[in-house]
Structures are given as C-alpha cells and as structure tokens.
Design a protein around this ligand. Structure first.
Ligand code: GLU
Length: 431
C-alpha cells in the first residue's frame, strides 16, 4: 500500500485479492492496513497485504465549522463557568462516520445554545473528554481542584457537563470533596445528542444556567429533565439522585427526598425544599481511598467471591430489602450461607462493611429481622437511607482521610452533607 494521498472521509473503492469494497476512509495505518466505514455503518479493517488497488470515488466535503459567535461580556449578567468532562451533552454526531464529537468552546456552546447568552456571560473549559463510565476517583479530585479555581475567580456558578451513566457518583463525590461551596455547582448531561430533534441538551443547560443566575442556592446538584416534556427540569441534591432509566430524558430522580426545585427555561423557579442552603466556609478535601468495592447480594451468592476483597479497605454490600444477605443455612442447598456470615465477621474486624439496599427507596434497618441482627453482630453497619453510589463515594472519601477503621464506621452514619435523610417523606416516592 502506497503512502496516503487520501483524506479522512474520502469515499474509496478498495480492490482486494478477492473482491471490491467501497467505504469512507476512517484511518490509514501505514504498516497494518486501512479502516473504512461501510454503507451499513460498520467499520471494516482491511489488511495491507490484501489490498491490490485503491480508487478515489468521491472527495470528502470539508466539515462546516461551527459559526463563530462573538462573545460579548455584559456587566448586567452574572458569569457562569461551564466545565466539560464528556458525555453526550455538548456532542454532535457526524452522520458520515457515526462518530460523536464534543463542542465546548464558549463560541461553539453559544452557537449551539444561543439562549445562554441572555442568561449569563459564559466561559468554558475542557477538563476531560470521556465517557463517564471511564471516570476514576482521580478524575473527581482533578475536577474538584478545577472547581476550586473557578470559585476563587469569582464566578456566580459552575455547570459541569457530564455523561449521565456515572453522574450520580460524581455528584456524590463532589458533595464530599467540596463542602459548603459559596456558589451552585450544577452537573448536567443529556441522553440524546445536541443535533437530534429530541435532544435534552438545550433544556438541561438553559435550566442549569437559569437556576444559577436567578437563585442564591449553594451546593452540588444535578439538573435534568423533570418529565418527558420539554418544559422543565428538576434540581436534585447531589447525594440523593439516581439514574433510573437507561434512555428516558427524565431518567434522574431524587431518592427519599423531594427535588430541590423545578426550573422552567424562561427562568420561573419553584423551590420544593428549603433545607438546601448551608452557609459555611468552603472546605476542599480530595483524598480518596480506591480500595473500596460494591458487592451485590443475590440468590446463589458464593461467600468465596468475597475473598477477592481480602486486601481492600472497605466494602459496600448492596443487600436485599431492609439490608439482608444470604447468611442462613436452612437445608442442603444453603449449607454455605453460614460461611458468608463468618467471612463478613472476619472482614469487618479490619475494614468497614456497610450495607445498602437493592431497593433505592427507603432505609435499611438491621433491627427488624434476625438476618439483620446477625449481620449487625458480625460488625456490618447500616447504610441507613444512603444510595449505594453515595455510600461508596462517602466510604472511599472517609477512608482517604481517616486512618482509624472504628472512627470511619462511626462517621459513615454521621450526616455530612444531607446524604442521610432525617425524614423520608411519603410523597418523595417516585416523585
Ligand atoms: N455512556 C456515556 C456517558 O455516560 C454517554 C451517554 C451520556 O452522555 O449520558 O458518558
């Protein structure tokens, strides 16, 4: 194969030893071969040795650049900083390649979402460009440091654009790492990319900006569609929100508490809670212990599965119901269950073991059934009504900061940032 005279997305016809194949050029690997996108949308790799000839069928059109928007600074508007971490929210699909690319400069953001210009002066920064499923706790620390910088620069608020898959983890982690922030830190995302008719990007971004511009809220929260309609968003407390649906735009729900507020894109805001605003001195602490696992209980759980975690520093057990695990040996099929209780008792001597529930709503309670009482005797602690995601980030954060295991166990049940609901309101269920 000769050195390339083609550009990306040129339509090529490639003659191989056995057939002719047409497709858009994705990548030429000088030594290995060529990757093309077939009309079916699939990518195909053709080895260099198999290629006899390559013909150019059609030159690629140059992609249109996003319109450059002049960024004017209005003295009458607050300044909002948008920190981009990745995900679908500021992304567009290239229909020729199927690839999704991010557009995050202030100029690109304003050309995609011109309404933002009327709400605030927008500045933006690319912190990461990744799917949120790839984020590591180290990324939370880097993001926290960037947020601290923005706070010091005097912005009215921060919007973090983020993939939705692990947004609950990041929101909870930031809630512990940046306590009592003097400004709103709002995470938002999208389930559909910005150039699709059904995209939720614009509404989520506009509502985030309106909420920052028009209220005196301080803290970490998530702003996403309130319903399937395009008329309002909910603001969810960062430690109490969960992605409940794989694809619906109103996938995020506040669990065990009401959303903090409902925001309309025209700037109408209704607060549903008033217990959000804590005045305090900004405390930033990004230490995090990564050797913490989440283990889900299930019928058929084998206690030996826990041996992987012998050298871990903490465990979150996502139990059944009120916080239960298969620890009762009843018949010949359940003989091994008592081994689980013994294993938990052994592990809990050296690490905190916290039990949450597979049922996101409600509270774990280890005092109701004998199973719960036995788990408690084995040293397992109740995660109260903390979401599994929140309990995990809290335990990692506490272990990153406190050496004494017994102290960490106590602190897990201490309410730091409202992650434990004092009262679970009935109407919060499926709100
Ligand atoms: N799974 C990806 C993520 O969570 C993309 C989808 C999205 O942006 O929500 O980053």
């Amino acid at each position: 194969m000769k050195k390339s005279k083609f550009s990306q997305y040129d339509l090529l016809e490639i003659a191989t030893i056995s057939k002719k194949i047409s497709g858009l050029l994705i990548q030429e690997l000088e030594k290995e071969g060529i990757v093309i996108k077939l009309a079916s949308g699939y990518n195909m790799f053709i080895k260099k040795d198999e290629i006899k000839d390559i013909k150019l069928v059609k030159k690629a059109k140059q992609a249109k650049q996003a319109a450059v928007v002049k960024i004017s600074h209005s003295k009458n508007l607050p300044t909002i900083s948008i920190l981009h971490t990745g995900g679908t929210v500021a992304a567009k699909v290239d229909y020729r390649t199927g690839a999704v690319s991010a557009h995050f400069s202030p100029s690109e953001l304003l050309s995609m979402f011109p309404e933002l210009k009327k709400i605030a002066n927008i500045q933006s920064n690319l912190v990461f460009q990744m799917f949120s499923e790839d984020l590591e706790p180290e990324h939370w620390s880097i993001l926290t440091k960037q947020i601290e910088k923005e706070i010091k620069s005097g912005v009215k608020g921060i919007i973090i654009t983020h993939g939705t898959d692990t947004m609950s983890y990041t929101a909870a982690a930031l809630s512990f790492m940046i306590q009592d922030p003097p400004i709103p830190i709002i995470l938002t995302g999208a389930q559909r990319s910005s150039d699709r008719a059904s995209s939720d990007s614009a509404l989520n971004l506009i509502c985030s900006a309106q909420f920052i511009a028009k209220t005196n809220f301080k803290g970490v929260a998530i702003c996403m569609h309130a319903t399937e309609e395009d008329d309002a968003c909910f603001i969810h407390q960062g430690t109490k929100a969960k992605k409940m649906h794989t694809s619906r735009r109103d996938s995020f729900r506040s669990i065990n508490v009401l959303p903090i507020a409902k925001v309309h894109p025209n700037g109408d805001i209704t607060f549903l809670r008033s217990d959000y605003n804590k005045e305090g001195k900004l405390k930033v602490n990004t230490n995090f212990e990564k050797r913490v696992a989440i283990v889900k209980m299930r019928p058929g759980f084998n206690p030996k599965e826990l041996s992987v975690y012998d050298n871990y520093k903490g465990l979150i057990i996502e139990g059944t119901g009120l916080g239960h695990a298969p620890i009762n040996s009843i018949d010949k099929y359940t003989k091994h269950h008592k081994e689980l209780l013994a294993k938990l008792a052994k592990l809990s001597k050296k690490m905190p073991i916290v039990i949450t529930s597979q049922s996101p709503y409600g509270r774990t309670n280890l005092n109701v059934y004998s199973t719960g009482r036995d788990l408690q005797s084995a040293g397992v602690i109740s995660g109260l009504d903390m979401l599994t995601e929140t309990a995990y980030t809290k335990l990692g954060w506490l272990l990153g900061n406190i050496k004494d295991v017994e102290k960490v166990k106590k602190e897990m049940q201490n309410n730091y940032v409202g992650e434990i609901a004092e009262v679970i309101e009935d109407r919060a269920f499926l709100y």
